[in-house]
Write a protein that binds this ligand. Structure first.
Ligand SMILES: NC(=O)N[C@@H](CC(=O)O)C(=O)O
Ligand SMILES: [Zn+2]
Length: 429
């Protein structure tokens, strides 16, 4: 059946504007058929001036399934994703057991299809069991549906092992997605050294991140593999990536909403909702990330959605796990606090959440044009709300953005021509 969306303002990537026009898609093939006025359709979705963006894509989320489902399950994770306007997410393998076998990859893809909400692209382990030693079977994992490889949650500490991984990934044409952290530098630290001093905690020296990025861009240069750097958070990291790109090294990078919006100066007390890895860094680091995102050094936005239970996060920062939830607040936070004040153009945010991740990782979607997959995030940019954990679809409540005012409410999300989220729908469990 041909379905038409009327009354919306469609995102036009070329002009970077919203345009009052219609779009028609086929809900059987799941593809966009045409844009413009007077399109024939058998069904009409009537909007009231909402913005229609390409479905958002998040290349870094933790769905905690299998094994850690007290924090999140595949069901609640993909519902939270859909509620955030995301039609595709890539999930990290630091589950229990870690995603290091083709069966675990295929299971996630299959189960997500059955749930029928956001599409899930598993990222499989670089090393077996994320133990940092024996390499996983990339070919088999890729064949099962892995979109890339990462030991996220930890960096691969052994440079020689990482070099072997790069050689194999180059052969396969798959990206190495790195959590950059030299643990001999970060040690047992939990926050930026300034916050550590204020609160009597252990600090994470900021060079723990850039030191490993420097190692890996050199390995990527020599091996020719695609290196993708997760959650970049410091000024020297941005400088190293900028240098590597200028040199022609195949490196891409992501930045999170929290590292663009918050710095360690905002941490007022020992509250584990503010504990994340890499940590909130200095104001100077935050500004460098913003600049890096604006000039394209940092390619894409990723949430690093990392749910934990309220009990885990009720602990002191010294012992609570690292991580913040982000799927349901990402777009609105960026829109309200970067776009509306004029700091970042809307087009850069949308590109960082749609077309760029699609292009970098060879995914469907990411643009609104005939023949593209009918993936849409439908957003009321005028509507405002206050961030309230009780309204979340994720099981996680761990965010430092509780009570922040935001503009931009996701009204509905469509993936491959199917409505996968409607504001106010019931929670899955
Ligand atoms: N980012 C975090 O603070 N935590 C992540 C791990 C990670 O992405 O490094 C987690 O799995 O909880
Ligand atoms: Zn990480």
């Amino acid at each position: 059946m041909i379905v038409r969306i009327d009354g919306g303002r469609l995102w036009d990537a070329e002009s970077g504007q919203l345009r009052e026009t219609s779009v028609a898609f086929d809900d059987v093939t799941g593809e966009i058929v045409a844009l413009g006025q007077g399109l024939r359709a058998e069904k009409v979705i009537e909007l009231r001036g909402e913005a229609v963006f390409p479905g958002f894509i998040d290349m870094h989320v933790h769905l905690r399934d299998p094994g850690l489902t007290a924090k999140e399950s595949l069901e609640t994770g993909v519902q939270a994703a859909a509620a955030g306007g995301f039609t595709q997410v890539a999930c990290m393998p630091n589950t229990k057991p870690p995603i290091d076998s083709p069966k675990l990859v295929a299971d996630l893809v299959e189960r997500a299809k059955v749930i029928g909400k956001t599409e899930v692209h598993p990222i499989a382990c670089i090393t077996q069991g994320q133990a940092g030693d024996e390499l996983a079977d990339y070919e088999a994992l890729r064949a099962a549906g892995a979109v890339g490889f990462s030991d996220d949650g930890r960096g691969v500490q052994h440079g020689g092992r990482m070099r072997e991984a790069f050689l194999r990934l180059k052969e396969l044409g798959a990206p190495a997605i790195i959590h950059a952290e030299d643990e001999t530098i970060s040690g047992k630290g939990v926050v930026h050294p300034n916050a550590a001093r204020r609160l009597g905690l252990l600090g994470i020296p900021i060079e723990a991140e850039a030191a490993m990025i420097a190692r890996d861009v050199l390995l990527a240069e020599q091996t020719g593999a695609h290196l993708h750097v997760c959650h970049v958070s410091t000024e020297p990291s941005v400088a190293v990536i900028r240098w590597a790109k200028a040199r022609g090294i195949r490196v891409t990078a992501e930045v999170t909403p929290h590292h663009l919006l918050l710095s360690e100066t905002a941490i007022k007390r020992d509250d584990a909702n503010w504990k994340v890895n890499p940590p909130l860094q200095s104001e100077r680091d935050r500004e460098a990330c913003l600049e890096g995102f604006l000039d394209g050094t940092l390619d894409i936005i990723a949430t690093d959605h990392a749910p934990h239970t309220p009990a885990e996060k009720a602990q002191s920062m010294a012992t609570a796990p690292f991580g913040m939830v982000g799927l349901e607040t990402a777009f609105a936070l960026l829109y309200t606090y970067l776009v509306l004040p004029g700091t970042v153009p809307l087009t850069r945010i949308i590109e960082g959440m749609t077309s760029r991740p699609a292009r970098l990782f060879g995914l469907a979607g990411g643009s609104i044009r005939p023949g593209a997959r009918a993936d849409f995030a439908i957003v009321d940019l005028q509507a405002e709300r206050t961030i309230d954990g009780d309204s979340f679809y994720t099981k996680g409540r761990n965010t430092p953005f509780l009570d922040w005012r935001i503009a931009g409410v996701i009204k509905s999300t469509i993936r491959a021509g199917q409505v996968i989220y409607e504001a106010g729908e019931e929670r899955l469990s």
